[in-house]
Design a protein around this ligand. Structure first.
Ligand SMILES: [Zn+2]
Length: 352
């Protein structure tokens, strides 16, 4: 019964996190939500000068830093033409082919404004044109405005951020879909660890980082100031269990547990972190997957270059259709990632 209530509560919190607009560089909404959720469970929580949220729990050694990036990929207003159509640029790694025909929300000075991404209709495209993906510069957002002045009246100006419309939806069983799971799922895991972890040795720093999707930016300053003995990033990763992909390409599966990122495009896990995570998972009887990937990066990838080098690794939740408006995850993987995170905090003193 208790477990059921916890599951519902976690899904509700994920819904709130998904609905927070905050794309890279515009993290105010999600940062406020994360601070509110963390406050009752930590000794102190603050934001640093560039917006990273840093919460502290416990005291002494070792210093353990858990980092989940708070931003998600999004779009940004670039130019408004005289007829009231809005042109935009990308924030983060979008697949441009999936942008046309999206419902979006523009976050202007007068609150959220609904819009759609339009392009030239298929009927009027030349035969060759129809075979090629539509370019970003050929897409526009239509908010129903009749002029440039009308867009201004709606409170929209250059630099405003744009998100996908829609919220969390339940699929079959324990699977859910939504946008921004990368990395609202990591934020959820971070918050649940903060709530669940009780007895451990050392100081736990729970950090929500900014601007990960546009260059792993927030973690550099926050890890420098915390100066932890170890940093564990919590993020999402790419499973290969969908049509058109193979295990040779991406061996992870949804529902088979959280993953330890062994290698990504930028870095390789530090050996002591690998030992800590694999042994703790084994002792705690938590099934994990090991990911050797040729793509992507996490906050953990960059911190071995901070100060004299901070040992790091990343635990991740497999997420299908990653960086799209219909990401799919399994709440069982989320739960097991929380369990693993708690056990890692409890066992960190044996390794660092
Ligand atoms: Zn991510």
């Amino acid at each position: 019964m208790e477990k059921g209530r916890k599951g519902v509560r976690m899904e509700e919190l994920l819904r709130e996190l998904v609905e927070a607009p905050s794309v890279s560089g515009y993290e105010d909404d999600i940062s406020a939500l994360i601070k509110k959720e963390l406050k009752p469970h930590v000794d102190q929580v603050r934001s640093d000068r560039i917006g990273n949220v840093i919460a502290v729990k416990g005291k002494g050694s070792p210093k353990i830093m858990l980092a989940a990036h708070m931003d998600k990929i999004g779009l940004i207003v670039k130019y408004v033409n005289k007829d009231g159509f809005i042109f935009f640029d990308k924030l983060g790694g979008w697949d441009e082919r999936i942008l046309p025909a999206r419902n979006v929300v523009i976050h202007g000075s007068k609150g959220p404004v609904a819009g759609v991404i339009g392009c030239k209709p298929v009927h009027l495209q030349e035969r060759d044109e129809a075979k090629k993906p539509i370019k970003l510069k050929e897409m526009f957002i239509d908010i129903g405005a009749t002029s440039e002045g009308d867009v201004k009246k709606a409170g929209i100006s250059v630099g405003d951020h744009i998100t996908n419309a829609g919220t969390l939806r339940k699929l079959r069983g324990s699977r859910v879909t939504g946008h921004g799971f990368d990395n609202r799922i990591g934020c959820l895991v971070l918050l649940e660890i903060a709530k669940s972890v009780k007895i451990f040795k050392g100081t736990l720093f729970l950090v929500g980082t900014v601007k990960e999707e546009i260059g792993l930016i927030g973690v550099r300053g926050s890890s420098f100031s915390v100066n932890p003995d170890v940093l564990l990033a919590i993020d999402t990763t790419i499973p290969g269990d969908v049509p058109g992909m193979s295990s040779e390409e991406a061996p992870l599966k949804l529902g088979s547990g959280p993953s330890l990122e062994i290698k990504d495009q930028v870095s390789v896990v530090c050996s002591q972190v690998k030992k800590w995570v694999t042994e703790t998972a084994k002792r705690g009887k938590i099934k994990i997957q090991l990911n050797v990937s040729s793509g992507g990066a996490t906050d953990a990838s960059i911190v071995p270059t901070v100060r004299e080098g901070i040992p790091s690794g990343a635990i991740t939740v497999p997420t299908r259709n990653i960086h799209s408006p219909v990401e799919v995850a399994d709440m069982r993987d989320v739960n097991n990632c929380v369990k693993l995170g708690v056990k890692l905090v409890e066992s960190a003193h044996r390794y660092f």
